[in-house]
Unconditional design. Structure first.
Length: 304
């Protein structure tokens, strides 16, 4: 039976722990020059409706390093741009490929792909979720902190798709997660409700970032205006001006707090240059870890 990863609620704790262990093994192997090719002869389709640097390249590189072949499919250059139904495309691509990673706007669109595909479908970002990003983020926390339990993880900024996936991760892994978001920009209530029902009893949403970051072990932020919200940029800069992750905010966290950002970063907006390039930042490790987590996910889903 095929396995999809559309949100982190599709996984349980043992799945996440296994993927983190494997990703760390694969990272160590690569650093030592070791190479495994379990996906030899396998193909991964990458259907992208949105621009990408890290997600696209790390999926492509992961597939190649595991011996497989990635095939990039720009939706605007396919028959989907001429209104071919998703269900038709999904059924045809299932005959050609071994897996699909999809980066799109609507969550309904990726769910339709999953419903009609007979191959694994991976959410490579929608407006609502970014699950594999947060898997690699949790891997980075484990790498930096030795684990994820008993940590205070604080999100500062917009309650966006990455925040939603952190909420799901908190539910699956029983994490303490505090989200500091301005009024009107808090996470989706339905996402929060589902996470609480799943077991996310340690999730809190507050408005004051100074209160949220007290004794934080992990401090995470993201852009104030995500893809598709560019016309709101000026308005959002005003709303989020008190939510910049800067030296003062970092100093309010634990002495060994780490700072995370999924990139691209707008220096001087959601994060200061000093913090992004500072000693508490693990941003570059976090970005690299997308490659290793993508390898672990692909090996698990299509390597059998």
């Amino acid at each position: 039976m095929k396995k999809d990863i559309l949100t982190l609620l599709d996984l349980d704790k043992k799945d996440v722990d296994m993927l983190i262990r494997r990703a760390l093994e694969l990272k160590k192997d690569r650093s030592q020059g070791a190479s495994e090719r379990p996906l030899l002869g396998k193909t991964l389709g990458l259907i992208f409706d949105k621009p990408s640097t890290r997600t696209r390249i790390s999926f492509e590189a992961a597939m190649v390093q595991l011996g497989g072949t990635p095939i990039f499919i720009s939706a605007k250059d396919s028959q989907m741009a001429r209104n071919e139904p998703v269900r038709d495309t999904a059924r045809v691509l299932s005959r050609y490929l071994d897996g699909l990673a999809i980066r799109t706007f609507s969550d309904d669109r990726i769910r339709e792909f999953a419903d009609y595909s007979t191959i694994p479908v991976i959410n490579a970002l929608t407006d609502l979720y970014h699950p594999i990003q947060v898997l690699s983020d949790v891997m980075t926390v484990v790498e930096a902190k030795g684990g994820y339990q008993d940590l205070r993880i604080v999100w500062v900024g917009d309650g966006n798709n990455v925040a939603h996936s952190w909420i799901n991760a908190a539910a699956v892994l029983d994490l303490e997660l505090i989200l500091a978001c301005p009024e009107g920009y808090q996470p989706d209530a339905a996402v929060l409700d589902r996470a609480v029902q799943k077991g996310g009893g340690k999730i809190r949403v507050v408005q004051d970032p100074a209160v949220a970051v007290r004794q934080a072990d992990v401090l995470y932020t993201d852009v104030w205006a995500s893809m598709g919200q560019e016309e709101q940029q000026t308005e959002r800069v005003d709303v989020f001006s008190a939510y910049q992750v800067n030296r003062a905010l970092v100093d309010a966290g634990a002495e060994d707090v780490i700072v995370m950002h999924c990139l691209p970063a707008h220096r001087g907006e959601e994060i200061s240059e000093e913090v992004l390039e500072g000693e508490r930042s693990v941003v570059w490790d976090q970005s690299e870890n997308k490659l290793h987590m993508h390898k672990a996910v692909l090996e698990w889903l299509i390597g059998k």
